[in-house]
Design a protein around this ligand. Structure first.
Ligand code: GTP
Ligand code: SPV
Ligand code: MN
Length: 592
């Protein structure tokens, strides 16, 4: 806990806000978090003794816990996530909007007395490396000890942030209460003008751990627009080639539960002996134009909030050891015999499990044992394949950017933009199938530009314009690619094996960056000449490869028509540059 002297050294605006929140929410006590190990132990023990979570097998999963959320509180709720500004136009046609004053009043009414009988935790946190001009600070007030222990893993929390608070001019204020978890009164409100967040009646990650999407994307995207940088839903990966004596930094946007964590932790196939892949970040990147006109990136986070379901030896072997200590599991299954967590993809299922709701479960059951959006919260620091660059205050210099999404047909395995500007179009025209990471139906194709549909804090038309404005300042633009690991054959099986085999595609991209290989031109961009894809040791038929790169002119025209309908929604906010790129591509496809 911070002592009085430390608290008194904080900005007076912060102290008075905390006092206002205390008066309105009426907690039993106020606890200022310092982020120390002892404090974390205290909170951890409290959660265990109150029966809020289950301590796992200490020998197999040291200092790790299983948390079960309420059944109606398992994912982000996009229809209850509001951008609250003066005018609806500022939020744009893809966000849900509420007038600032109205939202403010509604939220204060809901927060009135919300913390009665509870402790109010005040959590200073830092997003990004220490002593970095690119980092931001925030303070989250919450009545959930579960949120606090998650924040301690996912951000740099407590004393470090207190120091940075003294240095930074602005900070984000984030207020959260578990409330009564009622769905009808669940709201996640964003006040970008004030750098203010208010969230109530939910405890799920991205709704309640406000440092994540609410701060690091929705508020940060607005700040980024004002200050000339980009806040993106992107992983950040380091690839080293020992033979070429070179490091490549790759950032990529894929929609929620669509492969960012997996790609950020990729394990190159055994044939790729000269290559090493290391993680800088797995979910969010902040990108800046450097002094030499290069595009740089940092990971604002300090840990991973990854999808557990499907994570295992064949998809992501690299993370498995990390999950055996200091990890919080949310909504996975439990083996009651061994007190170990379990989820689909980890191993053969044991004979008896408690599923994510706590009900008994046996193999062969129709429902899954772990929730499809079950998650692990685990520190970056203990991940063995991390890049040391994650704590570099200057960030890393990007060699290439990729965009993509889940598409069972049409979109090739990989294609390359002919210019950075066309690359912005590739990002903007991304359409992808929905997943379990947001509530609602899954597998529905929708536009998800730059995988930011749910995370852009302002009018997306202006966001596209902002990308072009930033592009003008970049002197050495990274190459831009689009990928699709998710094409399916007529039987519904994935055509491409994916996971570590995706490294073969990354290798081609790197060869393109280094000018080592030529490519074939399609009206939408460049695709690989198959001979340049290193497929040694991979058992994949010629017909499958052909399918992965087949150009379906009619399908593309239909796709572009749908993209056009989406783009038109932005009316005058849509930048001419994007229409130009779009029209060029449309014409190329028509004439092909
Ligand atoms: P968020 O944390 O929600 O932003 O998601 P993410 O993009 O980090 O998703 P993650 O890497 O956790 O991917 C989750 C899902 O994508 C799992 O179901 C994986 O099995 C699946 N997935 C990841 N990579 C591949 C791949 O190369 N091929 C296939 N078929 N599935 C993949
Ligand atoms: C996502 O949904 O994209 C996530 C999980 O990464 S959350 O933190 O809930 O946003
Ligand atoms: Mn995400």
């Amino acid at each position: 806990m911070l002592d009085n002297k430390q608290v008194e050294s904080l900005p007076s605006s912060l102290i008075s806000w905390v006092e206002e929140v205390r008066k309105r929410t009426k907690p039993d006590k106020v606890y200022w978090c310092d982020g120390s190990g002892e404090e974390n132990k205290e909170l951890t023990n409290l959660l265990t003794s109150e029966g809020k979570w289950i301590k796992l097998n200490e020998r197999k999963y040291k200092n790790s816990y299983l948390y079960r959320t309420q059944k109606n509180d398992v994912a982000r709720v996009e229809d209850r996530t509001l951008i609250c500004t003066d005018s609806e136009e500022e939020a744009g046609p893809t966000n849900r909007w509420m007038k600032k004053e109205k939202a403010f009043k509604m939220m204060w009414d809901l927060f009135n007395g919300a913390m009665k009988g509870r402790t109010m935790y005040v959590v200073p946190y830092l997003m990004g490396p220490e002593n970095s001009d690119f980092s931001q600070v925030g303070v989250e007030i919450t009545d959930s000890a579960y949120v606090v222990v998650n924040m301690r893993i996912l951000t740099r929390m407590g004393n470090v942030a207190v120091n940075e608070l003294k240095r930074k001019k602005k900070y984000v204020r984030a207020l959260h209460s578990t409330g009564d978890l009622s769905l009808e009164n669940r709201y996640i409100c964003h006040f970008p003008d004030e750098w203010l967040l208010m969230s109530i009646n939910t405890e799920y990650g991205g709704n309640a751990v406000l440092s994540k999407k609410p701060h690091a994307l929705r508020i940060a995207s607005v700040a980024a627009r004002e200050e000339g940088w980009l806040a993106e839903h992107m992983f950040l990966l380091e690839v080293e080639n020992k033979k070429r004596n070179k490091k490549y930094y790759i950032s990529g946007a894929l929609p929620s539960a669509s492969g960012k964590t997996n790609l950020a932790m990729i394990n190159p196939p055994s044939d790729f002996k000269d290559f090493y892949a290391r993680t800088v970040g797995d979910d969010i990147s902040w990108l800046f134009v450097g002094k030499e006109g290069e595009l740089r990136g940092i990971n604002p986070e300090n840990g991973f909030f990854g999808v557990a379901y499907g994570t295992g030896p064949s998809s992501n072997p690299n993370i498995l050891d990390s999950l055996k200590k200091n990890t919080i599991f949310t909504n996975v299954a439990l083996n009651p015999k061994t007190n170990e967590p379990w989820w689909e993809g980890l191993s053969e299922p044991p004979e008896t499990l408690y599923d994510w709701t706590g009900a008994e479960w046996h193999p062969g059951s129709e429902r899954s044992a772990a929730h499809k959006n079950s998650r692990f919260t685990t520190p970056l620091k203990q991940y063995p394949f991390k890049s040391q660059a994650y704590k570099d205050p200057k960030g890393v210099n990007l060699s290439l950017i990729l965009f993509g999404g889940r598409r069972s047909s049409l979109i090739p395995l990989v294609y390359e933009a002919k210019s950075f500007e066309q690359g912005i179009l590739l990002g903007a025209m991304t359409r992808a199938e929905t997943t379990a990471a947001q509530s609602g139906s899954t597998g529905v194709v929708r536009s998800d530009p730059m995988s930011m549909l749910a995370f852009c804090g302002y009018n997306m038309g202006d966001y596209f314009k902002h990308w072009f404005d930033v592009a003008k300042r970049i002197k050495t633009p990274p190459k831009v690619f689009n990928v699709n690991w998710f094409r399916k054959d007529e039987k519904g099986n994935y055509t491409w094996p994916g996971f570590s085999e995706n490294f073969r595609v990354l290798k081609w991209m790197i060869d393109r960056v280094d000018g080592k290989v030529n490519a074939l031109e399609l009206p939408i961009g460049f695709i690989p000449d198959i001979k340049d894809l290193d497929l040694k040791g991979l058992n994949i038929g010629k017909d499958k490869l052909k399918e992965l790169f087949y150009f379906d002119k009619k399908g593309w025209l239909k796709e572009l028509d749908e993209v056009k309908v989406f783009f038109k929604k932005f009316e005058k906010h849509m930048p001419d540059e994007l229409w130009n790129e779009f029209n060029k591509m449309y014409k190329n496809v028509q004439e092909y």
